[in-house]
Design a protein around this ligand. Structure first.
Ligand code: NAD
Ligand code: DAU
Length: 363
């Protein structure tokens, strides 16, 4: 993939989810290349995100599980991709607290099975194809644990210390990816990224949840004291980073990707309210009057921050979208796409909201 990534087909897993679908759209638009998209279509997968690719032969969608070795073997043999980008995962920390088993199944066992099939496929390629092939594993900053207010940001050498079942399952998958390089020589690269936001994010995550609750005049639930800090990255900047890592990243390396935008949760929520006051004023007054503090997330990591110096220095990547611009675009996107919103909030979404929020109460 490193010499000419654009001529190749890539196998994307989880390409109907938030970041995966943004990446599929970005890849086809920026490179003109083809995508084989393997997604199980869990509650988080949504083919509506890929509506604009309807009829485009460069996008082949297959509903299936990354843990289904036979299916993956068949797809690899049939489409002969030059790279695999693994986005597929259970991704929501609160869900991992209510039910960790799915996280172990997909994030650990699923990634293991995918790696094993990828390795077998890679071993059967001719020498120049083998040289160019990449297995890119998309991971998270949460594997590094939690920072104090004055700690330096996470770097690629920070020790792993995952705290939630989600983070532990991603850490386990990262270790398997590393081991497949060290033991079998599979040309893997792992990226560890901070909190993404932008179009098509499922409204279980903070930013879309707050936008949509505010539009409905519902409470805006802030866990704990609202001073937990996250490092926010606009999803399209993340997609660009992954494209660059595929083209120029070194096998066996890991790259941290972050937004250089640390914000306390309460400030993020206030910024959303401020934007909505301007773009969709509320009859009852300031949207911020809906803010309420609720029972904290168990084991809630206090602060994440990414040192993205390595990808900047080695690959020339840098953040393009500052947080204020990205947040404005995101709020505008949710306002402009009521049909998408309506669609994702049908079905079992309400059951999740009841499970996660009804017992929290106000603090
Ligand atoms: P998401 O929950 O929106 O999407 C996950 C996708 O994976 C869904 O389309 C789902 O149907 C699919 N999927 C789940 N289990 C599967 C399986 N067994 N087989 C095939 N497909 C399956 O997640 P996201 O926010 O887009 O995150 C994508 C990846 O990026 C994840 O690996 C996540 O850990 C990582 N990540 C996310 C963030 C973030 O802020 N969202 C930040 C850093 C890293
Ligand atoms: O850091 C990267 C991670 O970011 C990814 O690996 C995960 O897949 C992704 O879900 C995200 O995890 P977080 O737990 O940081 O994201 P979430 O949007 O769930 O929460 C962001 C912060 O907001 C966190 O401190 C918890 C808080 N929060 C969240 C929700 C849903 C609230 O205060 N209220 C809420 O209702």
């Amino acid at each position: 993939m490193n010499s000419n990534p654009h001529s190749k087909t890539v196998l994307i897993t989880g390409g109907a989810g938030f970041i995966g679908s943004n990446f599929v759209l970005d890849w086809i638009a920026q490179t003109g290349g083809s995508v084989v998209n393997l997604d199980k279509l869990t509650y988080a997968g949504n083919l509506g995100n890929l509506e604009s690719l309807k009829g485009d032969t460069r996008h082949v969608f297959i509903q299936g599980d990354i843990g289904d070795g036979e299916l993956v073997r068949r797809l690899l043999a049939e489409h002969r991709p030059g790279a695999i980008v693994n986005f597929a995962a259970e991704s929501h920390v609160d869900r991992s607290i209510h039910g960790p088993a799915d996280f172990v199944q997909t994030n650990v066992m699923g990634t293991f099975s995918l790696l094993d099939e990828a390795c077998r496929y890679w071993q059967g390629l001719n020498p120049s194809e083998r040289e160019r092939f990449r297995f890119l594993h998309v991971s998270t900053d949460e594997v590094y644990g939690s920072l104090g207010p004055n700690d330096p940001a996470f770097s690629e050498t920070t020790a792993y210390a995952p705290n939630s079942p989600y983070a532990a399952s991603k850490a386990a998958s990262d270790h398997l990816v590393r081991a497949y390089h060290h033991t079998y020589g599979l040309p893997v690269i792992t990226t560890n990224c901070s909190n993404n936001y932008g179009p098509y994010q499922f409204p279980e995550k903070l930013i879309p949840l707050v936008i949509l609750n505010a539009l409905d005049g519902k409470p805006l639930p802030i866990y704990g004291d609202g001073l937990n800090v996250r490092d926010w990255l606009y999803v399209r900047d993340h997609c660009e980073a992954i494209r660059l890592v595929l083209a120029k990243g070194r096998p066996g390396e890991t790259y941290n990707i972050g937004g250089r935008s640390q914000r306390a949760n309460i400030d993020v929520v206030r910024s959303i309210c401020h934007l909505l006051n301007e773009l969709r004023p509320r009859l009852g007054g300031d949207h911020a009057s809906l803010i309420g503090f609720v029972k904290d997330r168990p084991g809630h990591d206090r602060r994440y921050a990414i040192d993205c110096g390595k990808i900047e220095r080695d690959l020339g990547w840098k953040v393009r979208t500052d947080f204020d611009t990205g947040l404005r675009e995101t709020v505008a996107w949710y306002l402009a796409n009521p049909d998408w919103v309506e669609n994702v909030r049908s079905g079992n979404y309400q059951r999740w909201v009841d499970l996660n929020y009804n017992l929290r109460g106000r603090q």
